[in-house]
Design a protein around this ligand. Structure first.
Ligand SMILES: Cc1cc2nc3c(=O)[nH]c(=O)nc-3n(C[C@H](O)[C@H](O)[C@H](O)COP(=O)(O)O)c2cc1C
Length: 84
């Protein structure tokens, strides 16, 4: 299965989580800032992680998500989390 892990991280928490997930799945985690994050072949599973900042997501993550099409991945998993 072709798996891609992408993340948007300001202070490193989401990056660490994405890298742990990618390692477990035998995939590579790329920041949405990385040009290669946008130009990959369609994948079977796309995992995208990002955090909440003032109840919203980072503009770079919004741009990345907007760049995706229904053909970018057969399945997609996006996660944000609530942090106290
Ligand atoms: C300026 C700022 C605003 C935040 N706003 C929220 C928020 O609205 N909701 C939330 O659950 N966490 C919020 N957080 C917490 C971050 O989502 C949390 O620390 C997250 O792990 C940061 O991920 P990153 O290290 O990948 O950037 C905020 C953090 C910062 C610095």
């Amino acid at each position: 299965m072709n798996i891609a892990v992408r993340y948007c991280s300001r202070s490193g928490n989401t990056k660490a989580a994405a890298e742990a997930i990618a390692e477990e799945l035998g995939a590579k985690a790329l920041s949405v800032d990385d040009p290669a994050a946008l130009t990959g072949e369609p994948v079977d599973l796309l995992i995208v992680g990002g955090a909440l900042y003032a109840y919203g997501i980072d503009e770079r993550l919004k741009a990345y998500l907007s760049s995706l099409t229904k053909d970018s991945a057969k399945q997609a998993c996006r996660s944000t989390r609530w942090t106290l």
